[in-house]
Ligand binder design. Structure first.
Ligand code: GRG
Length: 289
């Protein structure tokens, strides 16, 4: 990672973490159990990729971080809710996430379900207060049954089956790419992006989101618990349909790289302000966690 990108990530992560600290109810506010559980998973680490994409989407069209910070936090809260629920025994039944025991392992299943629900609710409260109607609509679509939840449903239904390439792309596009793309698009929308700029950003966001999931699947094969903060090899154990499972590791790397190049090409018309998104695209390809 270049030192420029490392500094960019560190600076933006700090701003996002400070804002999240303000927006989450204090740990001891009654009923304390739920607020502690929400904070446990939000502040467990995590790359803060979605909120940073919101900010990068804004900056790519001349917007300012301060204006989009609540929306950036909302995207991170929705992402964290999805991780908590995905780890539950009824779904992936995972013990580790972000380098810690999963939420239900610490707080029990009932509180973990409610913590996820509460993070989602808090996110839409933040959007209602600080974003615009078109952003609320964008994020709701990306998180809902025609987005992330839809992708999760087909992912679960496909476990142990052999699916065609179209179904695999459906899962990736909806389960993962939709929220990553909505992050970039929301930042740009809130910053008054023109229709052509928004179209370019949406295209880049989809490519980048698809690449992210392929890399995630590669890391599940190649990574370790220490690197990933979660148990590696879980896709294979759970008979998940994955790009490496279907096409092999080398083809997966090539596909991810070509999606990253497509994302960068889509951003060309936006010029230098879109450079941070291109650097983030490279980061998505090269990441080890
Ligand atoms: C439960 C509604 C519902 C949806 C679950 C997002 C998701 C759908 C499941 C999470 C499991 C998973 C491995 C999804 C694929 C990619 C993904 C979202 C990985 C985790 O994102 P990172 O790497 O995580 O950005 P950090 O911890 O860095 O924020």
């Amino acid at each position: 990672m270049s030192s420029n990108l490392a500094a960019y990530l560190a600076e933006h992560r700090r701003a996002v973490d400070e804002a999240l600290e303000r927006y989450l109810p204090p740990k001891d506010a009654p009923p304390a159990a739920i607020h502690e559980a929400m904070r446990y998973s939000v502040f467990a680490g995590g790359k803060r990729l979605r909120p940073i994409l919101v900010i990068a989407g804004a900056e790519a069209v001349g917007g300012k971080m301060e204006r989009v910070l609540p929306t950036a936090c909302a995207l991170e809260l929705i992402h964290t809710y999805s991780l908590i629920h995905d780890d539950l025994p009824a779904m992936d039944d995972d013990d580790y996430r972000r380098g810690r025991l999963t939420n239900h392992k610490v707080f029990g299943e009932a509180i973990a379900i409610l913590a996820g629900d509460a993070l989602l609710t808090l996110a839409f409260g933040l959007l209602a207060e600080h974003a615009s109607l078109d952003v609320v609509r964008e994020v709701a679509a990306a998180a809902g049954t025609f987005g992330m939840i839809g992708g999760q449903v087909v992912d679960i239904q496909s476990e142990g089956k052999s699916v065609d390439a179209e179904t695999l792309e459906y899962i990736h596009r909806h389960k993962t790419a939709a929220l990553l793309c909505a992050s970039l698009v929301s930042g740009a929308m809130l910053s008054g992006a023109s229709a052509p700029a928004l179209k370019a950003i949406r295209e880049a966001g989809t490519h980048l989101g698809l690449a992210f999931q392929i890399v995630d699947d590669i890391l599940d094969v190649e990574g370790s618990l220490e690197e990933l903060g979660k148990t590696a090899g879980s896709d294979r154990r759970k008979k998940k349909v994955t790009y490496p499972g279907q096409f092999g590791l080398e083809a997966s790397r090539l596909k991810a790289k070509s999606l990253i190049e497509d994302a960068k090409a889509a951003l060309q018309p936006l010029g230098p302000p879109a450079e941070p998104i291109k650097a983030l695209a490279e980061f998505i390809f090269q990441r080890r966690s």
